[in-house]
Every structure is written in C-alpha cells, then in structure tokens.
Design a protein around this ligand. Structure first.
Ligand code: ZN
Length: 145
C-alpha cells in the first residue's frame, strides 16, 4: 500500500532511535542470513518496563524501517506488553493473525500486514522483533534461520 511504501521511505531516511544505548541493561544481536540484515537491539529495562530502546546495524529497507517502528512501539511498554506486541506482529506477518478481525494493539504497525504475501520479506520485517524478544529474555544472539 501507499502508506507502507511511505513508512519504509521515511524510516529509512531517518530511522528512529538509531544509536547505541549507553544505559542499556539488556541487548541482543539479530541476523537474517537470507537477506544479510544484521542489527543489535538495546533495552534499558527498569521495574519491568522498557524505559529506553534503540538499535543499530545494517540491512535492507524493510528490516531498518521495521526496527525503527519497533522501537517506537515498545518504548514505555511493560515487558509483558512488548511481548504481546511481538506475538501480534509476528502473527500478522505470518498470516496467523487477522489484524482486521482479531482485537490487537498493533495500531499503525498494521501497515506491515502486506508483507505476509512475500515470505522472504517476513524475516526482514520480524528480525528486530525477534531480537527485541531475545534481549528481553536475556538471549544474546538470534538468527532467523
Ligand atoms: Zn532484509
């Protein structure tokens, strides 16, 4: 969709929270060998909430835009809420969750729904989410393979 195209462009040009987080107390590295996307997600958790979140790395436009929007979506959320968003996002792009009929908190992340028609791109779109999930759960490395 046009919204999707525009978001990819905007977030690539100016990714949000694109930096190393010095105050991070959780982090993980993610790698998508299929496309070559590589990123690190940093989290500053305090009292079970995501105080700060950032990422750095390199990859295709979709992986970068998805990471940028992931950081916006989970910032300020409780750990449990961030995990729920991960599950919903993953379900949406793999076709397990119909975001139009099942209640969810995806909001404007719904623009990624069309990715489900491009299986190779699903891993690009979910890499940052898998990596965020790994960081939340004290895993250090995640590969989509
Ligand atoms: Zn990619």
């Amino acid at each position: 969709s046009a919204l999707y195209q525009q978001a990819i462009l905007v977030h690539n040009k100016k990714p949000r929270n694109f930096r190393k987080l010095e105050t991070a107390n959780h982090s993980a590295e993610g790698y998508n060998p299929l496309c070559g996307d590589q990123l690190t997600v940093y989290l500053h958790l305090e009292d079970d909430a995501v105080k700060e979140v950032s990422f750095e790395g390199s990859g295709c436009a979709i992986s970068k835009a998805a990471a940028s929007m992931m950081t916006q979506a989970v910032k300020g959320k409780r750990k449990q809420e961030a995990e729920k968003l991960f599950t919903e996002f993953h379900g949406m792009v793999t076709g397990e969750l119909d975001e139009e009929t099942t209640p969810n908190d995806l909001g404007h992340l719904k623009i990624f729904a069309g990715v489900r028609d491009f299986p190779v791109r699903v891993k690009c779109a979910t890499l940052a989410w898998h990596t965020m999930h790994a960081a939340l759960n004290n895993q250090e490395l995640v590969s989509t393979e």
